[in-house]
Design a protein around this ligand. Structure first.
Ligand SMILES: [Zn+2]
Length: 367
């Protein structure tokens, strides 16, 4: 039996007239523009189930996209008699092909995801879900402070809340943050994903007054506003971040590995400049004198020069000790100091904390 049919090769939109015949276990066809082709009957499957009076469309293993359109009912019946799978409309082979295509699609999504994650970490940082930011932020903080409990004296917490509300004055778009203080000698402060800002008790002891700490806090809020911690996470972990977003799992290696944590906390000079500019704008709007921050940086620079490895010499250095102080995690200090200017002429700096409140903040860890 030899019948006319139409063949699409799956690559060109053009239809081709072919002649079709059954030969042993093969379907054989050829036409003016189609060289002789053999499709095994066992490898055929239907695109739709055969319907009486409708042209029957079939394809073949490994020829995804290529198809034959057959109108001859007797021929269709004979094909279905020889290959029962053709009756169903779906066969396991079809399912397998769909699976292959789906996996291929997922792989393509993975490639797109990879490109997005590697070229646009800053943009990705802005669309990460809150739930992820909080979950991973908590993990990062826990790892950095070796699961220590935050210091929670009521007076100390009231003081940090007051400092935040002073900074929020004139800054209605300040992002929500939470500030936790940990009993660590090291002089440092950092921001983790989810607006989680950490101060060590060491940095509170080192500061001469609340204006110095308010400046550091404003700088860290700048990192939060620009989502620098999240962007750094995307930059370092790439697709792992997406996987953890969708699977609800943690940051994995990134939040438990010392080198990765150190890299996570170390921003580019551009990011530091952005956070500094944010801090300046915020402080001026809130009438907080930015020279406190400058004084503090200058002092830290001197300390850094005189006893660089003091903290690392501790008997049992904490994770944060091993990562380093505020200079290791906020590079480019000297040129940054020069950028910090006092309040514009005529502005009176606000009192951030009373002397008692400042004392309470410095002693929040009870020592
Ligand atoms: Zn910084």
């Amino acid at each position: 039996m030899q019948i006319p049919a139409i063949f699409f090769d799956g690559e060109h939109a053009r239809d081709n007239q072919v002649t079709l015949r059954l030969e042993a276990n093969d379907l054989v066809f050829s036409g003016p523009d189609v060289s002789e082709t053999r499709w095994s009957v066992a490898g055929l499957h239907p695109i739709d189930p055969p319907t009486a009076g409708q042209p029957f469309r079939i394809t073949h293993d490994g020829k995804v996209g290529a198809r034959l359109v057959i109108r001859d009912q007797a021929f269709i019946d004979e094909l279905v008699r020889r290959n029962k799978d053709l009756k169903g409309g779906y066969s396991w082979k079809h399912v397998r092909d769909v699976a292959v295509w789906t996996v291929g699609g997922l792989a393509a999504l993975g490639v797109i995801g990879y490109v997005v994650m590697s070229l646009l970490p800053q943009q990705v940082a802005y669309v990460l879900p809150e739930e992820w930011r909080n979950r991973v932020g908590n993990q990062v903080v826990r790892s950095l402070v070796d699961n220590k409990q935050a210091c929670t004296s009521a007076a100390g917490q009231a003081a940090i809340s007051k400092m935040l509300s002073v900074l929020a004055n004139g800054n209605p778009d300040m992002p929500p943050v939470s500030v936790a203080i940990y009993d660590l000698k090291l002089v440092n402060a950092f921001a983790a994903p989810g607006g989680k800002i950490v101060f060590t008790s060491g940095i509170l002891k080192e500061a001469a007054g609340p204006d110095e700490i308010a400046g550091v806090l404003a700088h860290e809020i700048g990192h939060v506003a620009y989502r620098h911690p999240e962007a750094q996470m995307v930059r370092l972990a790439g697709l792992q971040v997406l996987i953890s977003v969708f699977t609800g799992t943690g940051g994995g290696d990134l939040t438990t590995n010392l080198a990765a944590l150190a890299a996570l906390l170390r921003y580019s000079r551009d990011a530091e400049r952005q956070a500094d500019a944010y801090a300046r704008k915020t402080m001026v709007a809130a009438s907080v004198d930015p020279t406190g921050l400058r004084r503090f940086f200058e002092k830290l620079l001197k300390i850094e020069g005189s006893k660089p490895a003091a903290d690392q010499a501790a008997a049992k250095p904490s994770t944060l000790d091993r990562i380093g102080n505020v200079f290791s995690t906020h590079p480019g200090t000297e040129d940054r100091i020069k950028q910090i200017e006092p309040l514009p002429a005529g502005m009176t700096p606000v009192q951030i904390l009373t002397p008692e409140e400042w004392k309470a903040l410095q002693n929040i860890c009870g020592t």
